[in-house]
Write a new protein. Structure first.
Ligand code: DAH
Length: 349
């Protein structure tokens, strides 16, 4: 009687097994027979009603049935998975003969590229490239550069203040000179350049931007003179504008250098004859520079009797505008891909 029931369930199972082609149906099958109220589960729980002498045989048969289902389940599961995988692979097959979708990629910003080029030249001369905060303390941006509170030079750099008078957006990269001297004390010579963003309250136009980039340089060692500065500036200027470009120093005034100079290069366009680029003077100003002021050395803990140094600051946009013949500095900050693509043309100049 009981064996008959097993037989019936076995037949049903064989019937059910026939057309199972997907995972859901396969799971349903398992539930139907082995779930909490499944048919085989039920057979199992009926064990207690079986007379003792038949228990063994009954148990064996139920087990066989369960194994049959489990074996089928595992085998079919694998088959279904293989089929699915093959289908997926077939669908994903790539036809490499199809034309590709054109992706509009950007191109490196010309200003960034120029800065990297300058960094490389200085690195080859043993300089480190360093960084400093754009949100700066008055102490570093002014005070330790020999520009005390109330000094008129502060007004010339229309500064963005962030918190009272102490925290500001740096108006120059020169504060990095101070930070570097403080951090490199004991591992001289100090040789760094720091390209970075600076901020001033300027109205934006073709040659002004409230945010612009400077490339600061500082060297502190022993017996440094203006001719060391000139030699260094010559290297970078010739690299950027050509071997026959000359440099000259004009006396100038900065609080943190003494003497201070303005760096001019001979006009690469008219070769000195006079043209609109050099405003008919034959010379173009590209940087401010000088010998580090003894007060600045002292404030950062260097004895001016023992140490000396030079510093310089280039305007990065100005260099790029000259080198790539760009008339409006706003193109550097334009995010329009069509505009920045135009830079690609200039690259080979
Ligand atoms: N910080 C100056 C400016 O923003 C530029 C400058 C001049 C930097 C002379 C220097 C320097 O390091 O020696 O106008």
């Amino acid at each position: 009687m009981k064996n008959k029931k097993i037989e019936e369930i076995n037949k049903m199972l064989e019937q059910d097994i026939k057309d199972i082609q997907d995972r859901n149906k396969l799971n349903d099958l398992k539930v139907k027979y082995l779930g909490k109220k499944g048919l085989i589960t039920e057979l199992n729980s009926e064990m207690k009603t079986i007379p003792n002498e038949e228990k063994k045989e009954y148990g064996q048969k139920v087990n066989e049935l369960r194994n049959k289902l489990n074996n089928f389940y595992e085998k079919r599961k694998e088959e279904i998975e293989t089929t699915l995988l093959n289908e997926k692979l077939a669908n994903e097959e790539i036809d490499i003969s199809l034309p590709a979708t054109k992706i509009n990629i950007g191109s490196p910003n010309i200003l960034e590229k120029l800065i990297e080029e300058i960094e490389e030249v200085f690195m080859s001369m043993g300089y480190d490239v360093v960084d400093g905060p754009e949100v700066e303390e008055d102490k570093y941006n002014f005070e330790m550069l020999n520009i005390p509170k109330g000094h008129p030079a502060r007004d010339a750099q229309d500064t963005f203040y962030i918190e009272g008078e102490e925290i500001l957006l740096r108006s120059q990269t020169s504060p990095v000179q101070v930070r570097t001297m403080l951090s490199k004390k004991g591992v001289e010579p100090v040789r760094v350049i720091c390209p970075g963003k600076t901020y001033r309250r300027d109205d934006d136009d073709a040659t002004h931007s409230h945010q612009f980039m400077q490339i600061e340089g500082l060297l502190v060692d022993k017996n440094i003179s203006l001719s060391d500065l000139k030699g260094t500036i010559d290297v970078i200027v010739k690299h950027l504008f050509g071997e026959n470009i000359e440099t000259r120093f004009r006396p100038s005034y900065y609080q943190f250098t003494e003497p201070s100079v303005e760096v001019d290069i001979s006009c690469f366009n008219c070769k000195g004859k006079g043209c609109p680029i050099c405003k008919h003077t034959g010379w173009i100003t590209v940087a401010g520079a000088g010998i580090v002021h003894p007060n600045v050395l002292k404030m950062s803990g260097y004895d001016p009797k023992e140490w000396s140094g030079f510093a310089f600051g280039f305007g990065a946009e100005r260099l790029a505008m000259l080198k790539y013949d760009i008339e409006d500095c706003r193109v550097f900050y334009n995010t329009d891909l069509r505009e920045s693509k135009v830079f690609d043309r200039w690259e080979d100049k």
